[in-house]
Design a protein around this ligand. Sequence first.
Ligand code: HEC
Length: 155
Amino acid sequence: MDLKKSLLVLLAIALGALAFASTNGEQVYQKHCSSCHQPTGKGIAGAFPPLVEVVPEYLEKGDLGRKFLIHVVLYGIQGEITAGGGTYNSMMPPYGNQLSDEEVAAVLNYIAKAWGNDKLLPKDFKDFTPEEVKAERGKKLTPVQVYEEWKKLVK
Ligand code: HEC
């Protein structure tokens, strides 16, 4: 193999490793969330609430909204909610045991910005970080306790 070819091979390996190391929020979403909330983020009326336009609304509420979103993914949610004009009374299972802090942060950043949500975010929005997710893990909330947070948030 000549030098140029070897360098190209090395470059390909390095890029592959980089892609593997950086957690991709879209991939986490497709694998763990899209079956219910749909690839479009629009959900299914009456069964699964939309995330389009809804996630920025929670982020408008500042720190409480941010924590609520982390808690939904870590601990699930159960109770009657309204979202995007529809009513849902169901349960989302917890994902804290299946997803790492990096994956939770990545998927939250994805749903915060996908489908045009990026245009609706508050100006001071900062990306979710794995450290921020880690800090919420010790709380061990139930899906019903996360629902109590939702009620406080929307009133
Ligand atoms: C098995 C179906 C299912 C999966 C998979 C699922 N969810 Fe949910 N999700 C729901 C349901 C149902 C609710 C509403 C629960 C209720 O009625 O209290 C919900 C609520 C939410 C909410 C609050 C929503 C709102 O519209 O007000 C967010 C945010 C959310 N899910 C994000 C996610 C993310 C991110 C993932 C992937 C890590 C995910 N969900 C995976 C079913 C699911």
